[in-house]
Design a protein around this ligand. Structure first.
Ligand SMILES: NC(=O)c1ccc[n+]([C@@H]2O[C@H](COP(=O)([O-])OP(=O)(O)OC[C@H]3O[C@@H](n4cnc5c(N)ncnc54)[C@H](OP(=O)(O)O)[C@@H]3O)[C@@H](O)[C@H]2O)c1
Length: 326
């Protein structure tokens, strides 16, 4: 593996985000290997090739090894750091001697987590810090103080959230002096909750899809407040772009066939259609793609140039939900 190939200009914005959860060699206690770093480099190169400049981490991914991979890459190629935007997350704690698996958005944990992420990343700054999941014990004023200290120290640029609904975002935002910079939600053809919340709320279908009700008004709130929505799990783990086998549910088989048909029409790969479906939503959704396979990463490269028609968008939506709309 050469270490000189990462030579790309830095575009200002990137419609797609690269998700780093699959890097670092697995959720185990094995130390990071050169092969893990080579694999990360190949993924980063492929992501840069298709115009991705934002990279999504979390303190917990592969127990810190995903961030450590980037630290190693920046050592290989110090100039690389200037061409990327880093985001990371904090707030999930695994079971340990102190307690069970839990969420922790206390000021002390947020600050400790950021320090550890910066150390692993070998970076002085994370451009965007996301609060990974809502913590019932969250106190907005405490989060605001922690963020103000981290921002004043130049360690964090902006604050955003993940997996929070509109009410939780409003509650948190009430204590902040800067707007939330993102909400990262699970959103894909396989995980439609945030969209379903706006379509089947007044119908008995809502009873069959209770998960969606928690998300009522979330996409609308993000649009009104101009908070970018990031979609995690955007490729639906490949379910509609080649992974589904003969035993897949009928809705998955039908949707995957439609994705293939649309890919042919648009002369592109199925991955780009799966992402274009998300990007057609007026919330300006930024898919976070988690494949580490350079071929699959490059297959996502047409997503931003494809605008699905209203009819094709609905055809895929209805196929994926497996039931006509109310
Ligand atoms: N905020 C949160 O709570 C949260 C939670 C989870 C994830 N995330 C972020 O979102 C990113 C993406 O999430 P994700 O990885 O769950 O979603 P994803 O992009 O939908 O799926 C990626 C996974 O699917 C596999 N895959 C994709 N296409 C495939 C195909 N055609 N055949 C076989 N396997 C295929 C990939 O394997 P290969 O690598 O082999 O292609 C990879 O394991 C993560 O990296 C992370 O940054 C955030």
């Amino acid at each position: 593996m050469t270490t000189t190939a990462l030579q790309h200009p830095l575009p200002d914005a990137s419609p797609l985000i690269y998700g780093c959860m699959g890097l670092g060699g697995g959720w185990n206690s094995q130390p990071l290997s050169e092969a893990d770093i080579d694999r990360a480099q190949a993924a980063v190169e492929a992501a840069l090739d298709i115009g991705i400049t934002r990279f999504d981490h979390a303190d917990i991914y592969t127990h810190g090894k995903a961030e450590a991979c980037f630290g190693a890459l920046f050592k290989r190629q110090p100039a690389l750091r200037q061409r990327l935007r880093l985001q990371s997350k904090c707030g999930i704690r695994f079971a340990d001697k102190q307690g069970p698996g839990r969420y922790d958005l206390s000021a002390a944990h947020i600050e400790r987590s950021v320090e550890a992420s910066l150390q692993r990343l070998g970076s002085e700054r994370i451009e965007l810090l996301l609060l990974h999941r809502p913590d019932p014990l969250l106190e907005p004023a405490e989060v605001a103080e922690a963020f103000a200290r981290l921002r004043a120290a130049g360690k964090v640029g902006q604050l955003g959230v993940s997996n929070m609904n509109a009410a939780q975002m409003q509650w948190l935002a009430s204590a902040l002096d800067a707007p939330l910079a993102a909400n990262q939600l699970e959103l894909s053809l396989a995980r439609l909750d945030a969209i379903e919340a706006g379509t089947c709320f007044n119908d008995t279908q809502a009873l069959q899809r209770p998960g969606s009700l928690a998300w009522a008004g979330t996409l609308e709130y993000c649009q009104r407040e101009r908070i970018p929505v990031q979609a995690w799990g955007a490729l639906a783990q490949g379910l509609y772009s080649g992974r589904a086998g003969a035993d897949a549910a009928p809705a998955v088989t039908r949707s995957a066939a439609l994705v293939r048909e649309l890919a042919e029409q648009h002369a592109t790969a199925p991955e780009s259609i799966v992402l274009a479906w998300l990007m057609r939503h007026p919330a300006g959704i930024q898919p976070v793609i988690g494949t580490a396979d350079p071929v699959r990463i490059r297959a996502c490269g047409d997503a931003a140039r494809i605008r699905l028609s209203r009819e094709d968008w609905y055809a895929l939506y209805v196929a994926a939900r497996g039931q006509a709309l109310p």
